[in-house]
Design a protein around this ligand. Structure first.
Ligand SMILES: [Zn+2]
Length: 308
């Protein structure tokens, strides 16, 4: 039985004989097309398939750059969502939202369990269990996070469909500073950073390379990098910059985040070729570029603002 499909502005109700079409007078053409008149038992003569239109300006946006021989694709906006994919290594860095690119990566390296970095995990496991069953799936998480995450997923309503397809105790892999994860074509190594919860940065090295291709510094104050700027010695260093406005430096310090002024001070000591400023606040790009101008001038390499 064909069910009626409501159309905006259509004259749905009406007894008696069915009418062939409703016509939008302004456009002068039927707005329901493709089907001949079919009598509808619900006294409606609106029928057909309604095609939703794409919504422009989706938020948060997914961006992509090719840097240091790798593709970086993803989203990173402070407090909203951070999730990067590096498809050449089959790896995602955090899963604060799910996109088709993130779902296609067999390994997620989770920096920490704040929701803007973690909240896509249910959607990720759902898609991996259903559409990537023949591929390995790993969720590598800080050691403190592994037990409560496993317990939560064990009782989470709706997870039965995942649990019957994959063993979550094998999927969730605890990691600590120094842990190494073998990737397709490379190796990831965890290092400690300084945030309000246990947080890991990740250094990604291509096979047979000495210097890391990419370092993901996660959410952190600058203390670890002031103590050892070599942590960010890579072709690409992805760092957070949650606070950019003057007068918010104390807020950055109290929440163990980075402030733009911290990076301006530290950047002359950094050896990375490309510095990606991620986890930026939601702000118009020209304003961000203007605020970041002192950093651009102080840095000898290429600066990327992860914003649009
Ligand atoms: Zn955080």
């Amino acid at each position: 039985m064909r069910l009626p499909v409501a159309a905006p502005g259509g004259s749905a109700a009406g007894g008696g004989k069915p009418r062939p079409y409703d016509v939008m007078p302004r456009l002068g053409r039927p707005y329901i097309t493709g089907l001949d008149s079919v009598w509808c038992p619900y006294n409606r003569d609106v029928r057909d398939v309604l095609r939703p239109r794409a919504v422009r300006g989706q938020f948060p946006p997914e961006l992509e750059v090719r840097v240091g021989g790798l593709t970086m694709r993803g989203t990173s906006i402070a407090a909203r969502a951070t999730a990067f994919a590096v498809p050449e290594l089959g790896v995602a860095l955090d899963v604060g939202r799910l996109t088709p690119t993130i779902a296609a990566q067999g390994t997620v390296l989770l920096s920490h369990a704040h929701l803007d970095h973690l909240s896509g995990v249910l959607a990720y496991l759902n898609l991996r269990a259903r559409f990537h069953r023949d591929e390995p799936t790993r969720l590598v998480v800080p050691a403190d996070v592994a037990p409560p995450l496993g317990e939560a997923l064990a009782v989470m309503p709706g997870m039965e469909s995942v649990r019957k397809r994959m063993r979550l105790d094998e999927v969730i892999v605890p990691a600590s500073p120094g842990s190494e994860v073998v990737l397709a074509g490379g190796l990831a190594r965890a290092f400690a950073v300084d945030h309000s919860v246990q947080t890991l940065g990740w250094s990604l090295r291509l096979e047979s390379a000495v210097r890391p291709a990419l370092v993901f510094a996660a959410d952190s104050s600058l203390e670890p990098f002031r103590a050892d700027p070599g942590l960010l010695d890579a072709r690409v260093a992805v760092v957070e910059c949650t606070f950019v406005e003057r007068g918010r430096r104390l807020a950055a310090r109290l929440s163990r985040h980075a402030h733009l002024a911290d990076w301006v001070e530290l950047v002359p000591r950094l050896a990375c070729d490309v510095l990606v400023l991620a986890h930026l606040p939601l702000m118009a790009l020209p304003d961000l570029e203007s605020l970041a101008e002192p950093l651009r001038r102080a840095f000898a390499g290429t600066l990327v603002l992860w914003a649009r």
